[in-house]
Write a protein that binds this ligand. Structure first.
Ligand SMILES: [Zn+2]
Length: 71
């Protein structure tokens, strides 16, 4: 019996490539949107910029709405 939950170890060759919904491109680069955190909400008490990573299609420039998974 093997009731272990699925591990994060995946064979990359078995995963399909994410394709750009617009041009079917499979190559992406990382872009950052910088969220402005007002001073009243920041831990430091000063205005901060919070980087949020997105993937951008290298062919057509489409930015995926999927935030990069954090490790
Ligand atoms: Zn594209």
């Amino acid at each position: 019996m093997n009731n272990h939950p699925k591990q994060a170890h995946v064979n990359l060759n078995e995963l399909k490539n994410f394709q750009c919904p617009k041009c079917k491109g499979e190559e992406f680069t990382t872009v950052y949107y910088l969220k402005e955190v007002p001073a009243v909400l920041s831990r430091t008490g000063m205005k901060e910029l919070l980087p949020v990573e997105f993937f951008k299609c290298m062919k057509c420039g489409f930015v995926t709405p999927i935030v990069k998974a954090r490790r």
